[in-house]
Design a protein around this ligand. Structure first.
Ligand SMILES: [Ca+2]
Length: 141
């Protein structure tokens, strides 16, 4: 467990590092695509939301949210991802929606850094953003 300091700039530079960002998002996509058909179904994406602390904090999902409301919430999130309304989410849609969410988080954070407590095995995108910045600082020294 550790503590990272995050602000909007950290998150933004992660998004702007297209190679790193796509690599992270693509590998998440592949691990979510349980039946390896190249797209995410509604239930595959729902599994994803349950494992993304990022989305939980962004969409205000909490453990006390009643199941019915949760289903509605997941449905509306799914519609957000499924831009062409094909009923599945492809890699391009996934990348673009994650980017939008991360940008919204960056805007929300702005210039005021927040401390985030993270587990060592944390797979969240925010942890990734913090790691990337740390490695760049290390390289510059
Ligand atoms: Ca699939």
């Amino acid at each position: 467990m550790g503590v990272v300091i995050l602000d909007g700039t950290t998150v933004r530079s992660f998004i702007e590092d297209e190679i790193e960002f796509n690599k992270t998002v693509d590998s998440r996509f592949n691990s979510l695509d349980l039946n390896s058909d190249g797209v995410l179904s509604r239930s595959e994406l729902r599994n994803a939301f349950e494992s993304f602390r990022l989305l939980e904090s962004h969409f205000g999902i909490s453990v006390v949210t009643p199941p019915q409301e949760l289903t509605q919430l997941y449905d509306s999130i799914f519609e957000g991802f499924d831009e062409d309304h094909s009923g599945t989410v492809d890699l391009e849609e996934f990348r673009s929606e994650i980017k939008k969410i991360m940008l919204a988080i960056a805007d929300g954070l702005g210039e005021s850094p927040i401390q985030m407590v993270i587990e060592d095995d944390d797979q969240s995108f925010l942890k990734k953003a913090a790691d990337l910045e740390a490695s760049k600082i290390a390289q510059a020294m």
